[in-house]
Design a protein around this ligand. Structure first.
Ligand code: CP3
Length: 343
C-alpha cells in the first residue's frame, strides 16, 4: 500500500484525494511525543537517529497524514559552521556567539553536511527502511534569511534590528554571510536527498519582516542559489515563505516546484498570482484547530473549493502547529481533507 499522492500532487499529477501533512506535525501537542521528550532534551532527540525516527513516525501512525517529515531542526547545521546553538528552557534557540562583524563571517566554516550532521542522514536512512514506502519522507532546511536571522540576532527576534543594521550599514558583510549560509544549506539539502529524502522543503519562517524591494536585493539571490542548485536532484522542492503574501511573485521567482502559503491570503488569489505551472501547499490558519470540529470542516471545505480540484494542491497549515492544539481536532482535520476532496 504505497501512498504517493503527496509526490503526485507536488508534480501536479491527478490524485484521487488531496494529500495533507502538517508543518511541525511531530511535537509537543502529542502525548506520545511528550513521553519521549520528558526523558531527553530536544537536541539529543534530534541527534539520536532511533529517537528521531520514532518521533517522525508518531504523526504518521496517529493522524493518517500523507507524508512524513523528518524530525530535526533548521538550526542543526549551525554547529558545523562554528556557531554554538543551545535550546534554553521555554526560550527557544539561543546562540552564544552571534555573528555581527566581517571577522565573525570570515570565521564561519563551510563544511559538508555528512561531516557536520551525520545523524540527520542516518535518521533518513533508518526512516526509509521503517516507512517501507507507506508514505514519502520529506527532508528540510531553513532558508538563508531565516538562518541568518538566528545567527545574527543570537535567537528569535521581533524586529530583526541587528540583521537590518548589517544589511543597511555593511552590505558587503551581509552578502558574504549569505553566500556562506546558502552554500551550507544547499549541501545540507543535497545530502538529505542522497540519504533518501523524497522531497525537501525550505522554510523561510521570518522573511515577512522585510520590504519586498529588500527581499529582492538582499535575500532572493541566495534562496534562488539553493533552489536552483536542487533542480537536477530529481525530487520535488517546496519553498515556504511565511508572512510573504505581499511578495509572492518574488518568492516564486526564487524557485520551488511547490510554493507554500500562509493563511493571510486566499488560496485562489495566491495561486493565480504564482501561476498554475506551480503546485501550492497550505493554507489553513493553525489556530483554526482551536475551533469546533464543525468550523474546522467548514474551513477545510472553503480551502478545497478555492483549489477547485486543480492538480497540484497539497493541504497543510499556513504555519507550524501550536503546541496546545487538541490532537482530536488534528485527526478531524486530516479526515475532513480526505473526505471532502475525494474526486
Ligand atoms: O515538522 C516536523 O514535525 C519536523 C520537525 C521540525 C522541528 N522544527 C522540530 C522542533 C521542523 C520542520 C522544524 C523547523 C523549524 N525550527 C523552523 C521552521 C518552521 C517554522 O515553524 O517556521 C524554525 C523557525 C525552527 C527553529 C526552532 N526550533 C524554534 C524557534 C524552536 C522553539 C520554538 C518552540 O516551538 O518551542 C525550535 C524547537 C523545536 N523544533 C521543537 C520541535 C518539536 C520543540 C522542542 C521541544 O520539544 O521542546
Amino acid at each position: 500500500m504505497f501512498n504517493d499522492r503527496f509526490l503526485k500532487a507536488c508534480r501536479r499529477e491527478e490524485v484521487d484525494y488531496t494529500p495533507v501533512w502538517l508543518m511541525r506535525q511531530a511535537g509537543r501537542y502529542m502525548p506520545e511525543y511528550m513521553e519521549i521528550r520528558n526523558k531527553s532534551d530536544f537536541l539529543t532527540m534530534c541527534k539520536t537517529p532511533e529517537i528521531a525516527c520514532e518521533v517522525t513516525l508518531q504523526p504518521v501512525n496517529r493522524l493518517g497524514v500523507d507524508a512524513a517529515i523528518l524530525f530535526a531542526d533548521i538550526l542543526l547545521p549551525l554547529d558545523g559552521m562554528g556557531i554554538n546553538l543551545a535550546f534554553a528552557k521555554n526560550e527557544g534557540p539561543v546562540i552564544s556567539n552571534p555573528v555581527r562583524t566581517a571577522k565573525d563571517v570570515e570565521n564561519i566554516r563551510v563544511i559538508d553536511a555528512e561531516e557536520a550532521t551525520p545523524y540527520v542522514m542516518e535518521a533518513i536512512k533508518l526512516l526509509r527502511k521503517e516507512l517501507e514506502g507507506r508514505v514519502p519522507l520529506i527532508g528540510f532546511s531553513g532558508a538563508p534569511f531565516t538562518i541568518a536571522s538566528y545567527i545574527i540576532e543570537g535567537g528569535g527576534s521581533k524586529e530583526y534590528k541587528n540583521c537590518k543594521t548589517m544589511m543597511f550599514r555593511a552590505p558587503e558583510v551581509w552578502h558574504s554571510l549569505m553566500e556562506k549560509i546558502s552554500e551550507v544549506l544547499l549541501r545540507y539539502l543535497k545530502a538529505q536527498i542522497k540519504a533518501g529524502a523524497q522531497a525537501v522543503q525550505m522554510f523561510d519562517s521570518w522573511v515577512g519582516a522585510l520590504a519586498p524591494v529588500d527581499y529582492a536585493t538582499y535575500v532572493l539571490p541566495y534562496s534562488k542559489y539553493v533552489l536552483d542548485g536542487l533542480k537536477d536532484e530529481g525530487v520535488p522542492v517546496i519553498h515556504f515563505a511565511n508572512n510573504a503574501s505581499s511578495m509572492l511573485e518574488l518568492v516564486a521567482e526564487a524557485g520551488g516546484d511547490v510554493i507554500g502559503l500562509d493563511w493571510r491570503i486566499n488560496l485562489d488569489v495566491a495561486w493565480k498570482r504564482i501561476g498554475y505551472d506551480r503546485a501550492v501547499q497550505g493554507n489553513l490558519d493553525p489556530f483554526t484547530l482551536f475551533g469546533t470540529p464543525k468550523v474546522i470542516e467548514e474551513k477545510v471545505k472553503r480551502i478545497l473549493a478555492m483549489a477547485e480540484n486543480r492538480p497540484g494542491h497539497i493541504f497543510n497549515l499556513g504555519h507550524g502547529i501550536n503546541k496546545e492544539t487538541p490532537v482530536e481536532n488534528v485527526i478531524a482535520l486530516v479526515e475532513a481533507v480526505h473526505k471532502y476532496s475525494r474526486r
